[in-house]
Ligand binder design. Structure first.
Ligand code: MF3
Ligand code: CO
Length: 257
């Protein structure tokens, strides 16, 4: 069942996703060589709580942290750890969720640590652009497949892999609502997009093979060939006249300078 949101509900989802954007901006300032992903998780949890929300990921299906922090070949759902230390040249995907006023925020951003390779830089840029191309299709009257195909076609035109095993989703009072939003598919197929739907679009794009491995910690997803992956996610409300993006990456990018 797909829940259509009222204007008031969309504004509460926006409040949550703006808080997620601010949290990502805050953690972005701390992503430096030598810091552990556990330290970053603590910064994220403190920031969310001091802004009157709770971390939506903590305890979700038993998940043990407030954020997912996935480095290089880790695609998504990396568990923060005292033993994982950020180093120069890493690309670090941070996925954050909030719960406040009955609704959820959920967005992700991939950060470069210092100077990263030209290949990694391009992977990040293409993944973010794939998200924007998918988002441009997020309007009433289109179908989920229009979003999926736009993401896939753009990423694959660079020879990159599109991860099949995970997908975007509806967002509301629950973190994962219908419909699923795959990052691959066919134009004109899938559920019809209607005004008031709110979805998360979240391309997970790999430099090499699209095949992934689920690690034995029960969470971490990494590329099979151990080449890097990037992940960006934002929440979008479907409007008659086009997408209404509820996450604000400019908050993150302005803080990176
Ligand atoms: N942000 C992820 C998603 O979009 C959810 C993280 S999984 C969790 O599906 F368990 F950490 F919450
Ligand atoms: Co999500």
């Amino acid at each position: 069942m797909i829940y259509l949101k009222t204007e008031e509900e969309i504004e509460l989802l926006r409040e949550n996703n703006i808080l997620v954007s601010k949290t990502l901006a805050e953690v972005g300032r701390h992503i430096k060589p030598g810091v552990t992903t556990k330290q970053l998780d603590r910064i994220i949890e403190d920031f969310i709580r001091s802004n009157g929300a709770t971390p939506a990921f903590l305890g979700y299906q038993g998940y043990p942290a407030s954020a997912c922090i996935s480095i290089n070949e880790q695609v998504v759902h990396g568990i923060p750890s005292d033993n994982i230390v950020i180093k120069e040249g890493d690309i670090v995907s941070v996925d954050v969720g909030t719960f406040m006023k009955g609704f959820v925020g959920d967005s992700a951003y991939t950060f470069a640590v210092g100077e990263v390779s030209a290949e990694a830089r391009q992977l990040m840029e293409v993944t973010k652009e794939a998200l924007y191309r998918g988002t441009a299709q997020a309007k009433a009257g289109n179908r989920v497949g229009d979003i999926s195909a736009a993401v896939q076609d753009y990423a694959e035109s660079f020879g990159y892999g599109v991860v099949r095993e995970l997908e975007g989703h509806g967002l509301g009072r629950k973190m994962h609502e219908e419909p699923g939003v795959p990052n691959y598919g066919l134009r004109g197929r899938g559920p019809l997009l209607k005004e008031g739907m709110v979805i998360c679009i979240e391309p997970m794009i790999t430099m090499g093979t699209r095949a992934v491995v689920f690690e034995r910690d029960g969470w971490t997803v990494r590329t099979r060939d151990r080449k890097p992956a990037a992940h960006y996610e934002f929440a979008v409300a479907i409007r008659k006249d086009g997408p209404d993006v509820l996450t604000d990456f400019s908050i993150i990018e302005n803080s990176l300078g």
